[in-house]
Design a protein around this ligand. Structure first.
Ligand SMILES: NC(=O)c1ccc[n+]([C@@H]2O[C@H](COP(=O)([O-])OP(=O)(O)OC[C@H]3O[C@@H](n4cnc5c(N)ncnc54)[C@H](OP(=O)(O)O)[C@@H]3O)[C@@H](O)[C@H]2O)c1
Length: 254
């Protein structure tokens, strides 16, 4: 059974990936949708009656719930031809001020779930299969006021680069997607303690465009997918200018 798995499918870019997969040339016998909000997953299923879905309302920060995914995989032994990992969140604010739980939870979902799901899913990936991980432009340099999030996404980028090298022999196409600010529900949680910096409001991208580019870049087996000239310039800047110099001019959160 040829399948695709999308995490973070209940909103934002994950939901947009699902929409594109349903309409893509590649057909999937089943698309497995993972997120905590079951009602949202059911609504997606209802919206695309011609596509078969498997709904997995799981909290990926909970190991026991990841075990439930493992059970389904071992039982059904699917041919996984596309994995998209969008589940994640960020909370803005200085390390000394944010609740410890929020910061640890960011590491859990943004980093630990990447490792656990990759280990779990790699044996089921078909030769030439595709893996897309949502990192962020904040992976390119440290970000005072968004430190844990930026560090967690730097982890994702580094992880993806090594995974690509390790899996080259199997012909897997593996991409880290590194957008700047994208208009999604992400900011409902991100701005719980802080206001959004004005420059981020100016370069807020459309999720549909970011996802379209991510799929196209992954198809070409690009290591990194970066949408928009502002973020491409940021990436170049972060490569050329020493981070200690940039950090001297970066303000922190409150
Ligand atoms: N929006 C941006 O500006 C931006 C920029 C760069 C990178 N990113 C990254 O892109 C990815 C997608 O974000 P988005 O912008 O699409 O945000 P979003 O609309 O808030 O979507 C986040 C998704 O993650 C799921 N999720 C969160 N915690 C989870 C958990 N513990 N277990 C299972 N699922 C969980 C949410 O579903 P439930 O709540 O239903 O569980 C939701 O479907 C994230 O990794 C984010 O860090 C976002």
């Amino acid at each position: 059974m040829k399948i695709a798995i999308v995490t973070g499918a209940s909103s934002g870019m994950g939901k947009e990936f699902v929409r594109r997969l349903v309409h893509s040339r590649d057909s999937y016998e089943e698309i497995w949708l993972i997120a905590r909000r079951k009602d949202r997953l059911k609504a997606i299923e209802k919206h695309f009656p011609g596509q078969k879905f498997r709904l997995l309302p799981l909290d990926l920060s909970d190991r026991d719930q990841i075990d439930l995914l493992e059970e389904s995989l071992l039982k059904l032994k699917p041919d996984l031809s596309l994995f998209v990992h969008c589940a994640g969140f960020g909370v803005m604010g200085n390390i000394s001020r944010l609740p410890r739980e929020d910061q640890a939870d960011m590491v859990d979902i943004n980093c630990r779930s990447v490792v656990e799901l990759s280990c779990l899913l790699l044996p089921f990936m078909t030769a030439g299969g595709r893996m897309i991980y949502m990192a962020s432009a904040s992976a390119f340099l440290p970000q005072p006021g968004f430190a844990v999030y930026a560090a967690s996404k730097a982890f994702v980028l580094s992880f993806v680069r090594s995974l690509r090298a390790e899996e080259r022999g199997r012909g897997l196409k593996i991409t880290a997607v590194c957008p700047g600010a994208v208009k999604t529900e992400f900011f409902d949680r991100a701005l719980e303690y802080e206001d959004l910096p004005v420059y981020k409001k100016l370069v807020m991208a459309d999720p549909a465009r970011v996802v379209k580019k991510a799929l196209a870049d992954n198809e070409k087996n690009r290591e990194v997918s970066v949408y928009g000239p502002a973020i491409k310039a940021t990436r170049l800047f972060a490569k050329l200018v020493p981070h200690r110099v940039i950090l001297r001019f970066m303000g922190g959160g409150k």
